[in-house]
Design a protein around this ligand. Structure first.
Ligand code: MG
Length: 365
C-alpha cells in the first residue's frame, strides 16, 4: 500500500486508540547534536572544545519521547556509529509495542551489538514516552521519592592554576566539588582549589596513577586534603593491585572505567568499595537500575555518573538518583548550548521535574 493511501484509509482513521496497543503511526528521529563546552575540558584521556552526542525522538499517539546518549570513543562508539545502529533497526522498532518497554529493550540489546550510547538514547526515549503517556514523572514510574535525590558534585577540569581558581569560584553554589587528578601536577591542582575553598572534594584519577605505590601515596595525601573518595586509581584491567592499595588507604575507592555492565559489578565487588554507574556506558536506565540493585545486594556504595551531555541524558539519570549514594550529574552544566531544561540544581541538590516523563522543556533563553 502506498503511504498516502495508507494514511487516508478509513479503517485507520476510525480505529480506536487501544490502551495496550498504540495504533497511530509511530515515528523515530535519530540525530546528532554538537554540544559546545563552556571551558576546554581536559582529563588524562582527552582535551576538547565540543562533544557530539546522539539523540532519539520517538513519537506515537501525539506524544514524543526524547532520549540522548553520549558515545565513548574508547568503546568504539561515535555519534555516527550510534545513529547507524539505530537506523539499522528502525523498520523493526517502529512495528513494536513501546508500552512493553522492558522486553522491547531486551530485544534491542539482542539486535544491536555494542553501541551502548545508542541503546541508552532509545531506552530513555521509550521511558520518556511511556511516562508521558501515563501522565507521571519518570521517578514515579520507578516508584522513587524525589526528595531523596542526592547532591551532585560539580567537576573542575584540569587547567592552569589561575583558571582552576576561577572555575572553583564559579562553582560557589556547589557544596562538593569533583577534581580530576592522575597527572604530574596533582599537588598544584589541589593547592589551587584549596587556595579558594575548604569544601569537601571527591577526586577521579581516570586510571592515571602509574603504580600501586604511587596510588597509595597520592590517596593518603589526598585524604589529608579533605578528599572523601577516589575513582579508578589504576587501569581498569589491573584488579590484582587493588586489594594491596585498599589495605593501605582509608577513603573509599570507586570503580568507574572497570565497571561498564551488570556482570562487572559482582566481578569488581572484592576489589572496590563502590561502583560508578553511567547510563551511557551500560545502555540505558533499565540496565543502570539493574547495576544499582546488584551493587546494593553486594553492599557496595553506588555513584551515578555521566558524560558531557545535554539536559536530556542528565535528567534521565537524575530520575534514578534517589537510589544512589553519590551523584556526579553535572554534564549539562558544562555546555554552553543545552537545547533543553529538565533537572535543576539548587545549592548542589538535584531537583527532579514533576512534569510527566523526563519533564523536559525546550530552553527558551
Ligand atoms: Mg570517573
Amino acid at each position: 500500500m502506498r503511504r498516502r493511501t495508507f494514511l487516508s484509509a478509513p479503517v485507520l482513521a476510525a480505529a480506536p486508540l487501544a490502551p495496550t496497543r498504540p495504533s497511530s503511526r509511530p515515528e523515530l528521529a535519530a540525530r546528532i547534536r554538537r554540544l559546545h563546552l563552556r571551558h576546554t575540558w581536559t582529563t588524562v584521556m582527552s582535551s576538547s572544545e565540543y562533544r557530539d552526542t546522539f539523540f532519539v525522538e520517538y513519537s506515537r499517539d501525539g506524544i514524543t519521547g526524547t532520549g540522548e546518549g553520549a558515545p565513548i570513543i574508547r568503546y568504539k562508539e561515535s555519534a555516527e556509529t550510534n545513529r547507524r545502529a539505530v537506523e539499522s533497526i528502525r523498520p523493526w522498532l517502529l512495528e513494536q509495542n513501546p508500552e512493553a518497554f522492558v522486553p522491547l529493550m531486551h530485544q534491542v540489546f539482542g539486535r544491536i551489538e555494542g553501541q551502548f550510547a545508542a541503546k541508552a538514547a532509545l531506552d530513555i526515549a521509550l521511558l520518556d514516552w511511556n511516562a508521558q503517556k501515563l501522565g507521571v514523572p519518570l521517578w514515579r514510574l520507578f516508584g522513587l521519592d524525589p526528595a531523596a535525590a542526592p547532591l551532585t558534585t560539580f567537576s573542575i577540569g584540569i587547567d592552569r592554576a589561575e583558571v582552576i581558581r576561577q572555575k572553583v569560584r564559579e562553582a560557589e553554589e556547589f557544596p562538593v566539588l569533583k577534581i580530576k587528578v592522575g597527572l604530574d601536577n596533582d599537588e598544584e591542582v589541589i593547592a589551587a582549589v584549596r587556595s579558594v575553598t575548604k569544601k569537601p572534594l571527591r577526586v577521579d584519577a581516570n586510571e592515571g596513577f602509574k603504580s600501586k605505590e604511587e596510588a597509595v601515596e597520592k590517596i593518603n595525601w589526598l585524604e589529608k586534603q579533605g578528599v572523601e573518595f577516589i575513582e579508578q586509581p589504576l587501569p581498569a584491567a589491573n584488579l590484582e593491585d587493588m586489594n594491596w592499595i585498599r589495605k593501605r588507604v582509608h577513603i573509599p575507592v570507586i570503580a568507574d572505567e572497570a565497571c561498564l555492565h551488570p556482570p562487572d559489578v559482582p566481578r569488581l565487588a572484592p576489589y572496590f568499595d563502590g561502583v560508578n554507574v553511567k547510563v551511557d556506558k551500560c545502555g540505558g536506565l533499565l540496565e543502570a537500575k539493574r547495576m544499582i540493585e546488584i551493587a546494593r545486594s553486594l553492599g557496595l556504595k553506588v555513584m551515578l555518573g555521566c558524560m558531557v551531555s545535554s539536559s536530556v541524558a542528565i535528567t534521565a539519570a537524575a530520575h534514578l538518583s534517589p537510589l544512589v549514594d553519590y551523584a556526579d550529574l553535572d554534564g549539562h552544566l558544562l555546555i554552553a548550548n543545552d537545547p533543553y531544561e529538565g533537572v535543576r540544581v539548587e545549592k548542589g541538590k538535584l531537583i527532579l521535574p514533576d512534569r510527566p516523563g523526563l519533564g523536559l522543556r525546550p530552553r527558551t533563553a
